[in-house]
Design a protein around this ligand. Structure first.
Ligand SMILES: [Zn+2]
Ligand SMILES: [Zn+2]
Length: 130
């Protein structure tokens, strides 16, 4: 399969990775909600060694919790990446910033304990509180 590609809104950060994706899930945790200004964030887990930045002039990282960092574009503010000591060797990529179809669809909802009461999702995927 060919590489999956993606970008921030303004194009200053571009990236690609070689499939397979490791997993794809909808995260309802409160940190993702605040960071992205969204009811939930759909993430794709990718092995770090399969991931490559094609343009990184805008990429900035900040520590969003004691063991985790989030990457965003310093020009347009797009929230793009997550990495954590809890998932060594992985980078998590915001699904919406990956172009088109990928090799995997979301398979679960996680951190449903903090799901937005004002957002209704009615699919049949498994739900968990972690
Ligand atoms: Zn940008
Ligand atoms: Zn989250």
């Amino acid at each position: 399969m060919t590489s999956h590609t993606g970008t921030c809104l303004c194009g200053q950060v571009r990236f690609e990775y070689e499939p397979p994706s490791l997993w794809c899930a909808h995260c309802h945790c409160s940190l993702c909600q605040r960071a992205h200004g969204a009811a939930l964030v759909t993430w794709v887990g990718v092995a770090q060694q399969r991931f490559r930045l094609a343009a990184d002039s805008g990429l900035r990282w900040y520590r969003s919790s004691p063991d985790s960092e989030r990457g965003f574009c310093g020009f347009c503010g797009s929230t793009l990446f997550f990495r954590s000591e809890r998932w060594p060797g992985e980078i998590h990529i915001a699904r919406s910033n990956i172009d088109g179809d990928i090799d995997m669809n979301p398979s679960a909802h996680v951190h449903c304990e903090s799901q937005s009461a004002w957002f209704n999702f009615a699919d049949a995927l498994p739900r968990s509180e972690k």
